[in-house]
Design a protein around this ligand. Structure first.
Ligand code: PSU
Ligand code: MN
Length: 300
């Protein structure tokens, strides 16, 4: 399919010049954050990356075209249009061929970024193994995607709505690299500490760049590396646990399954915490964008 992939002028210029690029997902914009904050955060994230001399490439599908880098009106469309679905890797060809529009998850974004030769990616929290997965089999395709791609993903751990222990075990099985940035504890998205230890800690972007290079040297570059960057100001643990418990109960009662689960629980957090989780979520994404850009500069 000719013309299936379109680069923004800015991303094209960066590729031609060999300048560093950081990929950004779009599901967080369409399904992870409420309007109008979603667009504001999306714009701010790109600006943070540009301030480091690095080019942001927000990835999404609009009207049957994959976009690597969005123009201002396209970013707005992802944030505000009502016909934007949530696309994982398996949905991409279907959305393309039917001329539809979709935001891309971590899995789908990483897949498309890899096609463009982009190896750095900033997001909020990764998908993972959901609670009750031993019965529901609900495990995010983010994990299997990252086990097959040459990508370094900066995130605040996995979302605390998940079964964190099971997710850590799956990361090990899938041979996905994992380091904590200035921490020995695995972050839990809204919480700085999910309650689990990390084996590897790094304290600078240079150290991370060295690890990325070593992956190529030893042939493990097609197993992604996760850089877990804890949020500075976390939510009070008791409040977090209480909101999560009511959210999980509500989701079960409302029969929420499949790809609807994560947006549903994030929305519940934003409403029940009266915006506190939104403020934390925003900080998480911005801080991850800054760190990803620093790594991009260190890799140069
Ligand atoms: N992190 C956030 N907000 C989000 C997501 C992650 O802070 O909205 C999205 C990402 O796109 C991630 C997806 O890939 O949730 C995981 O969804 P699922 O659990 O359905 O695989
Ligand atoms: Mn799922």
């Amino acid at each position: 399919m000719n013309g299936a992939i379109k680069y923004s002028a800015e991303v094209l210029a960066a590729i031609d010049a060999g300048n560093p690029i950081v990929a950004l997902e779009s599901t967080i914009i369409s399904h992870g954050l409420p309007r109008p904050s979603n667009l504001e955060v999306a714009i701010e994230c790109e600006e943070i990356i540009r301030a480091h001399g690095v080019t942001p490439a927000t990835i999404a599908l609009l009207d049957g075209v994959v976009h690597i880098g969005l123009e201002a009106d396209q970013l707005q469309a992802i944030a505000n249009r009502d016909d934007i679905s949530k696309a994982s890797i398996r949905d991409l060809a279907i959305i393309l061929a039917t001329g539809k529009s979709a935001a891309t998850t971590v899995a789908a974004t990483a897949h498309i970024a890899a096609i463009a030769g982009i190896k750095l990616f900033a997001t909020g929290g990764l998908g993972g193994v959901h609670r009750g997965a031993h019965e529901s089999f609900d495990e995010s395709a983010d994990l299997t995607a990252l086990s097959q791609l040459d990508m370094t993903v900066v995130c605040a751990g996995v979302k605390s709505i998940l079964d964190v222990h099971a997710t850590l075990e799956r990361l090990e099985t899938l041979a996905i690299g994992l380091v904590g940035y200035k921490t020995n504890r695995f972050p839990g998205f809204y919480l700085t500490d999910s309650g689990f230890d990390l084996e590897h800690r790094v304290d600078s972007a240079d150290e991370i760049a060295a690890i990325i290079k070593a992956r190529s040297a030893i042939g493990t570059q097609f197993k992604s590396l996760i850089v877990a960057n804890p949020v500075k100001k976390e939510m009070a643990k008791a409040r977090h646990d209480q909101i999560l418990a009511t959210g999980l109960a509500k989701a079960a009662h409302d029969g929420i399954v499949g790809k609807a689960v994560t947006p549903y629980l994030l929305e519940h957090f934003h409403t029940a915490s009266h915006g506190e989780s939104l403020a934390i979520n925003t900080e998480i994404i911005k801080s991850n964008c800054a760190l990803a850009a620093e790594i991009a500069v260190a890799l140069k």
